[in-house]
Design a protein around this ligand. Structure first.
Ligand code: IMP
Ligand code: MG
Length: 180
């Protein structure tokens, strides 16, 4: 797998250091709030597992799994493949995401969860790629691990054709891997 990586963008150590910092902020923010921490599958699993262990408050863990119809002219239409199981009405919700890219999936997720009347919703994304944002998306992440340039990245949960999720770092794929 490593041979397919052009450049390591974020090392394990950089990621873990940033998660520790975010953990202190989120621990303060969610003290006494008993948040429901919602992960958006599948890309978030690695970040989720590390992040929740740094948020040192009582909390509930939950997950959503989305399907996107990405045709040639993708309108970013989404479907809930697996909804949260917790009753989040009146609860403080923290969404964890792997990457904030076009914004389609986060926008959909926030709108979907808002309909369940939570007390609050905040977003924490490991990666933010602002250059890729779909025009018209006004949503912003409340907490960002790293702002990254417009390159396709894999590892630390992120995949290309379901591969590379288990790399411990975030790297940029070699262009020839796309064209194989
Ligand atoms: P969105 O475009 O913001 O809706 O992001 C949708 C999903 O696309 C993300 O949650 C990721 O799973 C995936 N994605 C976006 N950019 C990348 C990337 O650079 N590498 C791997 N997956 C990505
Ligand atoms: Mg994702």
């Amino acid at each position: 797998m490593d041979k397919d990586i052009e450049q390591i963008l974020l090392t394990e150590e950089q990621i873990q250091n940033r998660i520790r910092e975010l953990g202190e902020v989120l621990t303060a923010e969610y003290a006494d709030k008993n948040p429901v921490i919602v992960g958006v599958l599948k890309g978030v699993v690695v970040f989720y597992a590390d992040m929740v262990r740094r948020i040192k408050v009582p909390c509930q863990m939950d997950f959503m799994w989305l399907s996107s119809y990405s045709g040639a002219n993708s309108t970013g239409k989404m479907l809930v493949r697996q909804d949260v199981t917790a009753d989040i009405a009146g609860r403080h919700v923290l969404i964890l995401e792997d990457i904030f890219d076009t914004g389609n999936s986060l926008e959909f997720t926030v709108n979907h969860l808002k309909e369940k009347n939570p007390a609050s919703i905040k977003i924490c994304t490991l990666l933010d790629k602002p250059e890729r944002r779909r025009p018209g998306v006004t949503l912003q992440a409340d907490y960002v691990g790293f702002t990254i340039p417009n390159a396709f990245v894999v590892g630390y949960g992120l995949d290309y054709n379901e591969k590379y999720r288990n790399l411990p770092y975030v790297g940029i794929l070699k262009p020839e891997v796309y064209t194989k």
